[in-house]
Ligand binder design. Structure first.
Ligand code: NI
Length: 180
């Protein structure tokens, strides 16, 4: 036999992000709901895990479960701020951050996951209020990422809807593989 099953790409359990050419109101509402649901879903994903499970990388060479939870907080505080810039400034250039080095900082590497779960609960509350206040034209507002170029708030919302599910799946898939 020369063929073999392709191993699942543990880095992309729900596949890579892919933007649609356009988004309907119903799609946007569903994606905002994904943002609303993340804190509870992430909390459920890590519920009952002990310290040694939290220190387990979700894949070889990947972040630990603990770092993954703290990364979601790192990422989403940045995203929340980018949405705020987008509706208060004209096509602002946003500041990227190095997610790998941020994940190695003391608070993101060692603190209890509860700290970021609480942060995400408060953050997503405000984020969802902001997103649900957007008028139709606000979704066309843009930001400029210095490396990735310009993107509008439709695509930015889609990206973070995906991002919520992507990282929850890292944890739920690890639990499945390990029988936790
Ligand atoms: Ni991420």
């Amino acid at each position: 036999m020369t063929t073999s099953a392709v191993a699942p790409d543990l880095r992309y359990p729900i596949g890579r992000f892919k933007a649609e050419p356009s988004y309907s109101d119903a799609q946007r509402a569903a994606m905002v709901q994904d943002i609303a649901d993340l804190p509870a879903k992430l909390r459920a994903a890590v519920a009952g895990l002990n310290d040694s499970q939290l220190e387990t990388p979700y894949r070889d060479g990947g972040w630990t479960v603990r770092q993954t939870v703290h990364h979601v907080a790192d990422s989403h505080v940045n995203s929340y701020i980018r949405f705020r810039f987008a509706v208060t400034e004209d096509n602002p250039t946003i500041k990227p951050y190095n997610e790998q080095t941020w994940a190695e900082l003391a608070d993101a590497k060692h603190e209890p996951v509860e700290v970021s779960l609480k942060l995400l609960e408060a953050l997503h509350h405000r984020w969802v209020v902001l997103l649900r206040s957007f008028k139709a034209e606000d979704w066309n507002r843009t930001i400029v990422h210095p490396e990735r170029g310009q993107l509008d708030m439709n695509v930015n919302l889609a990206l973070y809807s995906w991002h919520c599910k992507h990282h929850v799946a890292h944890i739920t898939e690890l639990k499945k593989r390990n029988g936790w």
